[in-house]
Design a binder for this molecule. Structure first.
Ligand code: M6R
Length: 614
């Protein structure tokens, strides 16, 4: 995690660094810091948010300088405090660094450096790294770039780093292994950041460092990119950025999360644009078309992911098995990577990820590749590591998701999985042509049906107000709605800090029912179709134990209305498409409960948007 920014050019670096850090705060917000050079090396850092850092720059002189680096931290080594905040400086006071990642062998390097007379102010692995670089520079009598390269060949771990030397402020050095790093290319100036959002208003041209690459960047010169291991020179590959400024701003909403919930009708249209074509009765997905035989001959699909993406995988399991009759397993990537899984030749491994940078999911891909599997990635962030490491895949086209709690990322992942399952069902003949056409037509209706769900906003606010002080919540659903229950519970716990659990409704009797009393709100997804009558029985069981019932029902439902304390209606749809609608009220419910509890919904405590460390 952590967000890093750098600038070298002719503009004032300060506003670029501060605004860039604000855009990267979703990556971590335990502490923030910046270093600028304007004849003097100015370093300011603090526990807390970027606005706290900004407030430290009271003297306008401190804001001067055309080279700078900045950092917003999600703490790994060392508690979040001022001293552990980045940037870190070498013992000579010349070199300064920001780092995203973990240096695993930092302790032995620290001991070695201590024996050579180095001292350390912080508990961080990063301060060890910058002193290792300094030590190499001195010992080997080499320039900064070479010293960075030699030092990085001695470290074990993951990193994206940006470093400069105050004695040579016309040059900045960066490197990556396992943590992302983008370089925006202006006219003689360069912007460096964990993603492209900090420099989107300055340039559309960007290059992304690959793992084990470093770059030496000087004003008005071509960047010099090298492989860290073998020193090979790499020609820069410059891409045109597809994101725009309004996509990464709040656009009048109080929070990114609310904006992203409301964006869902439009982003689902984007996900389906040019792909779902009911008039021609086809779904076009080039990733599948190009690898059709692999999919048709697959013995099994193994979906891997974390958090919300894992929940999307669970919906995928129901979809692929029900529609295309392809066996699916869904695994937490963190478990999969360490349990020596059996992967056979005809298995397809399908990583699912919003960010495309989740460390465990990347490790799961690496392991599966070693075992010879075909990797089909489902990802939102274009050009991120997971699609680059996959053999093929499908982008979700959700646009930038800034709120730490995933909302539109989930529904677009489910949408992609639905399209894939339907396409394969058609190819395999497991559904008829008219059925297929009915699905396509209904898929096209989903965005406007989501708009109808969003019309319940005010009512959901009232429900949220009613339950804002609850200590626990249960979420229940069956079939396609079981993963929706898990996702609803995750959303509530991560942003409101209320303990919440999701269960398959029938599992309630095997334990969780013991928790139910008049203080327990239970959210039940009780839409028509599927095992509706059985869910109604589960609701009766909750009611007879005085639990409070918030039910998500199909429009016009009368049966559940009589039993539940609150009902939220969603439009009728085909059963496999229900998650695309049933998820929406649960997102709004969590959002408003968190707001009533005074929580920071976009930046919940202890979390970060992308988990690029184990
Ligand atoms: O970027 P990814 O989809 O790989 O991230 C996976 C999880 O970290 C993520 O879904 C997390 O659980 C969200 N905060 C959930 O809202």
């Amino acid at each position: 995690m952590c967000g890093i920014v750098g600038y070298i050019g002719n503009r004032e670096a300060f506003p670029i660094i501060i605004n860039g850090l604000k855009r990267l705060e979703y990556r971590g917000y335990d502490s923030a810091g910046a270093a600028l050079y304007n004849g003097n090396l100015i370093i300011k850092k603090t526990k807390g948010k970027v606005k706290d850092l900004e407030a430290l720059f009271t003297d306008p002189k401190d804001k001067e300088g055309t080279i700078g680096i900045g950092h917003t931290r999600w703490a790994t080594h060392g508690e979040p405090n001022d001293v552990n905040a980045h940037p870190h400086v070498s013992n000579s006071g010349n070199l300064v660094i920001v780092h995203n990642g973990i240096i695993e062998n930092y302790d032995s390097i620290r001991q070695m450096l201590t024996s050579r007379g180095y001292t350390f102010q912080s508990d961080t692995d990063t301060e060890v790294l910058i002193n290792l670089i300094e030590d190499v520079m001195k010992k080997e009598n080499v320039k900064l770039g070479k010293a960075v390269q030699i030092a990085l060949n001695e470290v074990v771990g993951a990193y994206a780093i940006v470093v400069f030397d105050k004695n040579n402020p016309d040059e900045i050095v960066l490197a990556r292994l396992g943590s992302p790093l983008a370089v925006g290319i202006g006219k003689g100036e360069y912007f460096i950041a964990s993603d492209a959002s900090p420099f989107i208003e300055f340039t559309k041209d960007a290059l992304y460092l690959e793992d084990e690459q470093m770059a030496i960047i000087k004003k008005y010169k071509e960047p010099e990119i090298r492989n860290i291991k073998d020193d090979e020179i790499i020609a820069p590959y410059i891409q045109e950025l597809q994101i725009s400024l309004d996509q990464i701003e709040k656009g009048g909403y109080d929070h990114f999360m609310l904006k992203e919930i409301y964006e869902q009708p439009n982003v689902l249209k984007d996900t389906m644009r040019g792909r779902v074509l009911p008039q021609k009765n086809i779904i076009k997905l080039s990733g599948i078309d190009n690898n059709l035989n692999k999919f048709l001959n697959a013995d099994r699909i193994i979906m891997v992911g974390a958090g919300t993406s894992w929940h999307a995988g669970l919906v995928g399991e129901y979809l692929f098995e029900e529609l295309a009759r392809i066996p699916v397993e869904v695994e937490y990537s963190s478990e999969f990577r360490y349990r020596n899984p059996i992967i056979k030749e005809n298995d397809i491994v399908m990583p699912i990820s919003q960010s495309g940078e989740t460390a465990d999911t990347l490790a799961a891909i690496k392991l599966s590749k070693e075992k010879g599997a075909f990797i089909y990635g489902i990802c939102n962030v274009v050009g991120s590591s997971i699609p680059r490491e996959s053999h093929s895949g499908t982008y979700t086209h959700a646009g930038p998701e800034i709120g730490v709690a995933s909302t539109k990322a989930f529904t677009t992942q489910v949408n992609v999985l639905t399209m894939m399952a339907l396409k394969l069902a058609k190819e395999k003949g497991t559904i008829s042509a008219p059925e297929f056409n009915q699905y396509l037509t209904e898929l096209e209706n989903i965005p406007q049906k989501i708009n109808r769900v969003l019309e319940n906003d005010l009512y959901i606010q009232q429900i949220a107000h009613h339950y804002k002080d609850a200590a626990n919540f249960l979420y229940l659903g069956r079939g396609f709605n079981f993963p929706v229950a898990l996702e609803g519970a995750l959303k509530l716990k991560e942003i409101s800090y209320i303990h919440a659990e999701g269960y398959p409704a029938a599992e309630m009797k095997h334990g969780p029912i013991a928790l139910i009393d008049e203080n327990m709100p239970v959210v039940v997804i009780a839409t028509k179709k599927g095992q509706y009558e059985k869910v109604v029985s589960n609701i009766q069981e909750i009611k007879s134990r005085k639990g409070k019932i918030i039910a998500i029902v199909t429009e016009g439902d009368e049966q559940v209305k009589k039993l539940a304390d609150h009902v939220i209606e969603i439009p009728e749809t085909l059963e496999p498409l229900t998650p695309l609608l049933a998820t929406i009220p649960l997102q709004l419910l969590s959002y408003y409960i968190a707001i009533y509890r005074g929580c920071n919904v976009d930046q919940p405590r202890n979390l970060a948007k992308s988990v690029t460390v184990e």
